[in-house]
Design a protein around this ligand. Structure first.
Ligand code: 3PG
Length: 212
């Protein structure tokens, strides 16, 4: 299955901050146990690259991507460590082109028609919408979808279990991203059961909304 299809199938992309690469494998396993097989490890800590490598090498069932990527160099590092997709907070043409050269899907954050058009000019048909809550949430996404039929969004930022269903029921939304199922505190305090529980709740919602 193509990576973007795996993201769509999962319905939720957990956005993860790891303070140590040793946390990567137990975190990936906790997510898998809850029924989600994609994860975004963010380049917000020194541990990110090694953490991606750990998951890519030791948890082959997991589709691991890199998040908060800003530069083409970080992009190469992430892909070299085994990242299967690249997520960025905003749109950067050099970043998207670097991903394309390396044959890896890019999911850049776009919140304006101009950014969306730039992303589409690079050949993308799916974009992140970040930070979703602050930029108008569902009403903004619905309005933006009108002039861009066929474009899919992955809203991230402010998505929680409480509003997950509303987001997922919107046809132009491919999946959502968020940190609520895999919180930094839970990882740091070893509460992997809690991560599995929150993941299972989210993944049940995905399956129910999709009638699976
Ligand atoms: C991200 O970078 O995608 C966000 O940190 C996720 O937003 P959230 O914490 O509101 O889920």
């Amino acid at each position: 299955m193509q990576i973007m299809d795996r993201i769509k199938k999962a319905g939720v992309v957990p956005v993860i901050v790891l303070d140590s690469a040793e946390q990567a494998v137990p975190t990936a396993k906790a997510l898998l146990a809850g029924g989600i097989d994609v994860m975004e490890i963010t380049f917000r800590t020194e541990a990110a690259a090694a953490a991606i490598r750990e998951v890519a090498e030791h948890v082959p069932e997991m589709c691991v991507g890199a998040g908060s990527v800003r530069t083409a160099e970080q992009c190469r590092t992430a892909i070299g460590c085994g990242a299967a997709f690249i997520v960025s907070a905003g749109f950067s043409e050099p970043l998207v082109l670097s991903c394309r050269e390396q044959g890896i899907p890019a999911l850049p954050g776009c919140v304006t028609p101009t950014e969306i058009m730039a992303a589409m000019d690079c050949g993308l048909d799916t974009v992140k919408f970040f930070p979703a809550g602050a930029f108008g949430g569902l009403s903004a996404i619905r309005a933006l979808s009108e002039p861009f039929p066929g474009l899919k969004f992955v809203p991230t930022g402010g998505v929680r279990q409480e509003n997950l269903e509303d987001y997922l029921r919107t046809p132009c939304i491919a999946a959502v991203g968020g940190s609520w199922i895999c919180r930094r505190e839970d990882i740091n305090e070893g509460r992997f059961d809690r991560i599995t529980e929150l993941t299972a709740r989210a993944s049940e919602t995905v399956r129910r909304v999709r009638g699976e």
